[in-house]
Design a protein around this ligand. Structure first.
Ligand code: NAD
Length: 269
């Protein structure tokens, strides 16, 4: 009989962390290897089962990622950019399947993830849902088919607690649009507008960010021309889709060669 796949969750007291714990727990053949959160978090010491509204599991939330990475086969990380480097280094040392969903990463955080992927399997995506990854593929195709007579605008809305903007998913969709159009996103992106900004330059890819309530994630890519608009929209109605995607990524990565993979690889898109 195969031994159970041990999946650990870092940032396990967070909105996504709890959802990830519950998903690992519900997945056949998998066990929760453990969970940790930041030192000082009120969740430290709580039973992981109780944290997700179930029966006690006899495993508590820790604050030591070193120990956690050492005893896991896979680690799911939806935390904050500042700890990415440490977690990526630990993933490389322990050679675990490392699934990263954290967004708002700067170049230095990304460099740590890229380094880890030389040693181990890393699956990274700003959005782990099937729907958004399909939206990304279609966005690239539509942008390839249309010229710059079609202005591209990306609109997103998230809950009031989100700390980065535009969302990682909006940027991912922007990258897809830029790729389809054959341009570099950083050279054409307009991430906010305020004041007398003048007429819209041809070829710009614009972003608009909305925040409020408990919205799990809405994204629309608009192609607007004289006389018509194409709108590609996705709405996440529950964070469960992201957690299921992360779990799928953790299972997919088992036994794969070291490397940096995306959800498009996992989903075969
Ligand atoms: P959250 O604030 O609810 O959770 C973050 C958790 O990380 C918190 O529990 C926090 O205490 C913990 N944390 C902070 N520092 C830590 C440390 N040093 N060690 C361990 N844990 C630490 O946020 P959230 O809504 O769960 O989102 C988390 C991240 O996931 C964000 O970057 C968000 O954009 C991203 N996200 C990605 C996807 C996706 O599909 N890729 C989906 C939803 C959210």
């Amino acid at each position: 009989m195969n031994s159970p796949y041990r999946v650990a969750v870092v940032g396990c007291a967070g909105r996504m962390g709890r959802m990830n714990l519950a998903t690992v727990h519900a997945t056949e053949g998998c066990v929760i290897a453990g969970g940790c959160d930041q030192p000082g978090s009120p969740a430290i010491g709580s039973d992981l089962g109780l944290l997700i509204g179930g029966e006690a599991l006899g495993v508590t939330v820790g604050d030591d990622p070193v120990e956690l990475f050492a005893l896991a086969d896979a680690v799911i990380d939806f935390t904050v950019p500042a700890v990415t480097r440490r977690h990526a280094d630990l993933a490389a040392q322990a050679e675990v399947v490392y699934v990263v969903g954290t967004t708002g990463l700067e170049a230095e955080h990304q460099a740590a993830i890229d380094r880890a992927a030389i040693q181990t399997v890393v699956v990274q995506a700003a959005n782990m849902s099937l729907g958004v990854n399909l939206q990304q593929v279609i966005t690239e195709q539509v942008a390839r088919a249309l010229d710059a007579d079609y202005d591209i605008e990306i609109v997103e809305m998230h809950h009031r607690h989100k700390i980065d903007a535009p969302s990682g998913t909006a940027l991912m969709l922007g990258q897809a649009a830029a790729k389809g159009r054959g341009v570099v996103l950083d050279e054409v992106a307009r991430k906010a507008r305020d004041g007398i900004v003048g007429a819209r330059p041809r070829g710009e890819i614009g972003f608009a960010t909305l925040r409020g309530g408990d919205v799990a994630g809405d994204h629309s890519v608009i192609f607007a021309a004289e006389g018509e608009q194409i709108v590609l929209s996705h709405r996440a109605t529950s964070r469960e889709v992201f957690a299921k995607g992360a779990m799928k990524a953790a299972l997919w990565g088992r036994g794969k060669p070291a490397g940096l993979y995306s959800m498009r690889d996992v989903l075969g898109l």
